[in-house]
Design a protein around this ligand. Structure first.
Ligand code: 6GU
Length: 273
């Protein structure tokens, strides 16, 4: 996979050259490069922004500068034969939510280009233009809070995507049971030695060597943790992922079974005052 990042702060992306991603780049699994947007500015001040048309606070990034930067990266990738899948990712707090499912989808692409905006964002015509020219454009938010620019969000997304590429993670088994994986549950609690630390003992079942019992215990722990912390994930769960014990637990906790087999959390009693 090839990944390009365009930013006015290329040094911001330096952490990606460390650890997993750096190793994947060295071994040739990943072709990763960062580009300075200002290289495509045309005036002697290397201006990349201007005031918002129609008025208002802050500055907006110029479409002509972004167009030059993105055209240089898209050059030669639009050939009709053996068309590679190129995705232009535009980090923005007003984008669609980036999730593990999106990471899995983007990990299938051949070429990702991250366009990091600063200030009040990039002129809206940039995303529209590339969409019209047939580029897959994904405006993405990493959560409901505001960052100063797309750089940190790009680091988050690239780490989530790159670790899914075959060969990047040493032991792919570790991808199977993790939080937000295929099971639709949060991860079960993990322990290592010493068995007794600060008077807290590792759960007995994990020392039993009984693999089926351990698997069942972990599944139950993952399920209970997900009910407590992320009831929305339980509500979204396909009914076929719920076993008999799960359904009993949900019913016991006051969850209501819908006609489609999914469960709704108990409604909170109205608060006093
Ligand atoms: Cl992708 N960008 C910015 N600037 N803020 C964000 C974000 C992205 N996702 C959440 N907040």
């Amino acid at each position: 996979m090839r990944i390009d990042v365009v930013s006015i702060f290329p040094e911001f992306l330096a952490p990606l050259s460390l650890s997993l991603i750096g190793k994947a780049t060295e071994t040739g699994l990943l072709d990763f490069a960062v580009h300075d947007l200002r290289e495509h500015a045309t005036d002697r001040h290397r201006t990349v922004d201007d005031t918002p048309t129609g008025g208002g606070a802050g500055m907006v990034m110029r479409p002509d500068v972004w167009g030059a930067a993105l055209d240089s990266l898209l050059e030669g990738t639009q050939e009709p034969v053996a068309a590679p899948r190129v995705v232009l990712v535009v980090p923005t707090p007003s984008g669609d939510t980036f999730t593990q499912r999106v990471a899995e989808d983007l990990a299938q692409a051949d070429h990702l280009i991250f366009a990091c905006g600063r200030y009040e964002g990039i002129d809206s015509r940039v995303a529209a233009h590339y969409r019209e020219t047939g580029v897959e454009v994904r405006e993405m938010s990493i959560g409901d809070y505001v960052l100063n620019g797309g750089e940190v969000a790009s680091i988050v997304m690239i780490e989530a995507i790159a670790r899914l590429l075959p060969g990047v993670i040493g032991n792919p088994e570790s991808l199977v049971e993790e939080s937000h994986g295929a099971a639709g549950l949060l991860e079960y609690p993990v322990y290592t030695r010493p068995n007794d630390w600060q008077g807290k003992e590792v759960p007995e079942v994990l020392l039993s060597g009984h693999h089926a019992k351990i698997a069942r215990w972990r599944r139950d722990q993952a399920f209970a943790k997900t009910i407590a912390r992320r009831p929305d994930m339980i509500e979204a769960m396909p009914p076929e992922n719920l076993n008999k014990a799960d359904r009993a637990l949900l019913q016991e906790a006051g969850w209501r079974r819908q006609s489609d087999g999914r469960y709704l959390r108990p409604t909170e009693p109205p608060t006093q005052g």
